[in-house]
Design a protein around this ligand. Structure first.
Ligand SMILES: Cc1cc2nc3c(=O)[nH]c(=O)nc-3n(C[C@H](O)[C@H](O)[C@H](O)COP(=O)(O)OP(=O)(O)OC[C@H]3O[C@@H](n4cnc5c(N)ncnc54)[C@H](O)[C@@H]3O)c2cc1C
Length: 309
């Protein structure tokens, strides 16, 4: 297959880019390794996406995104993982996990980010047996139990609010002495009283349990005081890492590994654009990913026009 633009990822950035490019009349290939939605499939409820004053569940928004790109003119969709990109603007070859390749004149990288691990011994062994990175996926297994949540950003506090409706008690652990999350989330959690214990200035140092998690040890950053807390699960929200392993090594990244772009979403490699959480930027949200996707699509369209003369 040979197309004008190949878009990698069907999260908010990729879906938006596909809508804009297909409507411009260029041929588009959209490649997604899993299913439409990206990280919003791990999000219980979004309260900050315009047009939904009562909020919308992550899976509902993902379904709406999927419906919007269903049967799009000029757009071929493939379920596979992109494993490598070679070539140059006008003549890229994209390798897929199914052994096939797609030729593309331009590429839009919308591969987002994946959760970072806590980095504590036995974390891998206990993943799926009490250690989780997705409250929406696993929270219900711990109905009525005591759990821990680690992290101080929006995701940690939003998902704690989600869990508070399911579990009996939450220990919320954050290494700094203040949260980075929106104040409204902290206020709502504090209003829950004893159902949430706050451990600010603490890190998790050990996971306990044979076969499945039954306790964690936390240590204060300042005083090195330790406490072991019985919990049935720990939900980890300590940041995200960009998904870039399939890209040419020479592509410019920031010190955290996110792709550096200009305001038109151009990366350091001509013909390759980046949109959404994969980019080096201040705010990683659905609305900003969608905005990036629209800009990247328009920039790729202008580039294609120049290429075609
Ligand atoms: C728990 C949680 C709560 C959140 N809450 C909110 C909120 O309330 N409001 C808000 O606005 N935002 C929220 N966010 C953030 C928001 O979901 C992200 O900013 C947004 O989804 C980023 O969109 P994206 O398209 O850049 O990437 P993603 O959503 O990460 O999508 C990337 C897609 O690319 C695919 N992909 C990756 N690598 C490859 C490959 N090599 N080949 C093929 N496909 C690939 C992935 O499978 C995925 O579908 C939350 C995120 C999390 C995790």
């Amino acid at each position: 297959m040979s197309v004008d633009s190949l878009i990698i990822g069907e999260g908010p950035a990729g879906v938006t880019a596909a809508l804009y490019l297909a409507r411009s009349g260029v041929s588009v290939a959209l490649v997604e390794q899993m299913t439409t939605g990206g990280q919003i499939l791990q999000t219980a409820e979004l309260e900050n996406y315009p047009g939904y004053p009562k909020g919308i569940k992550g899976y509902e928004l993902a379904d709406l995104f999927a419906a919007h790109i269903e049967g799009l003119d000029n757009c071929t969709r493939t379920q596979a993982q992109v494993t490598a990109i070679t070539g140059e603007a006008g003549h890229f070859t994209v390798s897929l996990s199914n052994g096939k390749t797609i030729e593309a004149k331009t590429i839009l990288v919308c591969t987002g980010a994946k959760h970072r691990m806590l980095g504590v011994p036995r974390e891998k062994e206990l993943t799926g047996s009490g250690v989780s990175y997705c409250a929406l996926c696993d929270g219900n297994f711990f109905r009525g139990k005591t759990v821990a949540v680690v992290g101080g950003g929006n995701a940690a506090l939003e998902e704690s609010l989600y869990l508070s409706k399911i579990v009996a008690k939450i220990h919320l652990i954050h290494r700094r002495d203040a949260f980075r999350a929106r104040k409204v989330y902290e206020d709502r959690l504090r209003a829950l009283g004893d159902a949430v214990s706050f451990h600010l200035g603490y890190t998790v140092t050990a996971l306990h349990g044979e076969g499945s998690l039954n306790a964690i040890t936390i240590q204060s950053v300042a005083g090195k005081e330790e406490e072991t807390i019985p919990v049935s699960a720990i939900f980890v929200y300590v940041g995200f890492e960009p998904v870039t392993s399939f890209l040419p090594q020479e592509i410019a990244k920031d010190p955290q590994g996110f792709l550096v772009t200009d305001t038109e979403m151009r990366t350091s490699i001509p013909g390759i654009y980046a949109a959404g959480d994969i980019r080096s930027k201040l705010c990683r949200q659905v609305i900003t990913a969608a905005g990036d996707g629209a800009t990247a699509a328009q920039a790729a369209f202008v580039f294609l026009e120049q290429l075609h003369g």
